[in-house]
Write a protein that binds this ligand. Sequence first.
Ligand SMILES: [Zn+2]
Length: 295
Amino acid sequence: MVKLQSLLSAILFALSATAMEIPSDWTAPVEPFNVVGNIYYVGTAELSSWLIVTPEGYILLDAPLEENVALILSNVEKLGFDPMKIKVLLNSHAHLDHAGGLAAIKAKTGARLYMSKADAELAARGGKDDFAFGDSATYPPVVADVILQDGQGVTLGGSAPGGTTLVAYLTPGHTKGNTTWTTRVRDGDRELFVIFAPSISAPGYTLVGNAEYPEIVDDYRATFKRLGNIADPASPTPDVVLSTHGSFFDLEKKAAARRAGEAENPFVSPGALGEFVETWRTHFEESLAQQRDQK
Ligand SMILES: [Zn+2]
């Protein structure tokens, strides 16, 4: 888990500042590229945005920051796709750095936005009254069209080749409606199980005696356990582990290898999920123990 400490302090610093400070890599452009199968990266150096291409239009997962919207849409175009064919908008969680651009993209494309109930409420407030950040990281409010149930699939392109279903798992903690997405993709002659792993950090969060979120510790622990066990009938563990921040899955290095045309796709790494979850779980338990000691 490279750069985890520096990343954590960057996020903590950014989000605890009274006036929200945006780290420069949150808006730094990177060349968009094909990740695996019909999944493309259209985000920035640090904040992920995923385009999933189907015969009936596109799914966009996450729209980090309002000021990145033009860049995201131009990345879609650069890849040869028409941004107006974005039909479905999904979100990992309703913080500024993953949901800040949803309102603008929804208005421009008319795409339908699917969100969990708790994060739909946070997004409708534009990030205000966040249990951890209060009103310090707000963004243009956006209203979800569909409220997701746990385990619900969102399909575009039906059963035609390239038709894709993403499945939502509610994994609360980082936000109360924090959502993990999985899908299966065809990549050449193989089929791969892909997870869009959520943010599971707790940057500066009050874990002991949190009146705004009394069940926070139980939620995090259940989420770590659930994530660690995510499987599907054909795969005991995801073959491809992507996530919300580039530094969570070594985007820079892997993207360079992918662009260089490495024979083995660097994003295919079965077993990576276990390491991801364990790293964050350990960090969480250390923070919790520290907070308990201080009480
Ligand atoms: Zn967040």
